[in-house]
Design a protein around this ligand. Structure first.
Ligand SMILES: Cc1cc2nc3c(=O)[nH]c(=O)nc-3n(C[C@H](O)[C@H](O)[C@H](O)COP(=O)(O)O)c2cc1C
Length: 374
């Protein structure tokens, strides 16, 4: 575990340790205004012992919002709300990046202004699964194809959300290119049927991702920009027929830009972390996804073997707000949450005690304790 607890410095990044909190949507923002929850500053401050905090996904324009309670970085009120969060995290000695998110087809007219249709690279619907809305789970609708002009505007929206993030005090931004949302809908060949310059070939399908990264880097500086990808991730009905070639091409194109980091979420058959590491000289943040929370011990091995510089952990951070301190002290970890993941208020959000509270540890039900080495 020692490997995870050492400081990490590269470029502008000066991290107290190599443990990042993975981005996690919690659905607690004010639904009408997209202003972060009044509890968000406390939530992130409690977790400021992470070397790097990556926020929940934050929408970059009105059509980018995926569901109730998602915060934005579009208005002055939202920007002010995030300022409270970044001030709290910095007061706790932490570093925090905002995750910039456009969900593309993964939303519903009930979530969008004036009941608009979701947008996507092509009019390809998700079949046989439902999406959460303020009226509960509903069938997906068929999205409408973005025009070239709208693609340009969306790229500019990522850049202006990044500008707002820096105004709000964030140390940088992470572009969400993973998990089947808009950026990956452009990359995957089953969701991008376009025949213009944003489709039709590997380079065409990667163009949206690279143009966003370039635009955001031009706006706030490449050393404040990370990109999250999840190659070969079948989540949300994506199919990438040649993930290896596609992501090697993407990484080779981005390598010269000097980004803050590449965040690779590995959950497909293609061993993306090891493969892309050999082509990426910058900081690599690694995360794995599966039915059980990714393990700190496995993360430490990735760092030890040189496959990653920083390890992102998600679910364990919800219930172990002082996760790096617990790892350092060998304190048993609370298991992942089973309720209150999305929506609601303080409960299940800011009421997980740090181990240093003593009674909080004793109060953790034995059945929920998982060994740190799992
Ligand atoms: C409640 C919840 C919300 C999530 N929201 C996001 C998100 O907003 N953006 C994102 O890139 N990944 C999101 N993820 C995925 C996590 O970042 C991470 O990849 C996943 O939880 C696996 O890591 P873990 O095993 O350490 O939890 C979410 C995961 C969970 C459990």
């Amino acid at each position: 575990m020692r490997e995870l607890l050492e400081p990490y410095r590269a470029g502008r990044l000066e991290l107290a340790n190599r443990v990042a909190m993975a981005p996690m949507t919690r659905g607690r923002a004010d639904d009408a205004t997209g202003v972060p929850s009044p509890y968000a500053a406390t939530y992130y401050r409690q977790r400021a012992g992470a070397g790097l905090l990556i926020t929940e996904g934050v929408y970059v324009n009105a059509l980018a919002k995926g569901g109730p309670g998602i915060p934005g970085l579009v208005t002055d009120a939202q920007t002010r709300g995030w300022r409270e969060v970044t001030d709290a995290v910095h007061a706790g000695g932490g570093t925090i990046f905002a995750q910039l998110w456009h969900v593309g087809r993964m939303t519903h007219p009930l979530t969008l202004p004036d009941g608009e249709l979701p947008v996507a690279p092509s009019a390809v619907a998700i079949e046989g699964s439902r999406i959460f809305t303020r009226d509960g789970l509903l069938d997906h609708v068929t999205p409408r194809e973005l025009t070239a002009r709208e693609i340009d505007a969306t790229i500019r929206d990522f850049a202006s959300a990044a500008r707002r993030a820096i105004e709000a005090g964030f140390d940088g931004v992470e572009i969400h290119g993973a998990n089947g949302y808009l950026v990956q809908q452009f990359i995957a060949d089953n969701t991008n049927l376009r025949t213009d310059g944003y489709g039709g070939s590997v380079t065409g399908r990667l163009r949206f991702a690279t143009e966003i990264v370039e635009a955001v880097a031009a706006e706030v500086g490449a050393d404040r920009v990370g990109l999250r990808i999840s190659p070969d991730n079948a989540e949300n009905q994506l199919a990438e027929t040649d993930a290896r070639t596609t992501y090697r091409t993407l990484v080779d194109a981005l390598e010269p830009l000097g980004l803050a980091y590449l965040h690779v979420l590995e959950n497909g058959a293609y061993g993306a972390i090891a493969d892309l590491r050999t082509r990426w000289s910058g900081t690599l943040v690694a995360n794995t996804n599966g039915p059980v929370p990714s393990s700190p011990a496995a993360g430490a091995r990735l760092v030890r073997d040189g496959h990653a510089d920083v390890i992102a952990l998600g679910r364990l951070f919800m219930t172990n707000p002082d996760l790096p301190a617990r790892l350092a002290a060998g304190i048993p970890l609370a298991g992942p949450p089973t309720e209150n993941l999305y929506g609601g208020g303080a409960e299940g959000y800011i009421d997980y005690p740090p181990a240093t509270d003593g009674p909080g540890v004793a109060a953790t039900p034995a059945a929920q304790v998982v060994p740190a080495a799992a």
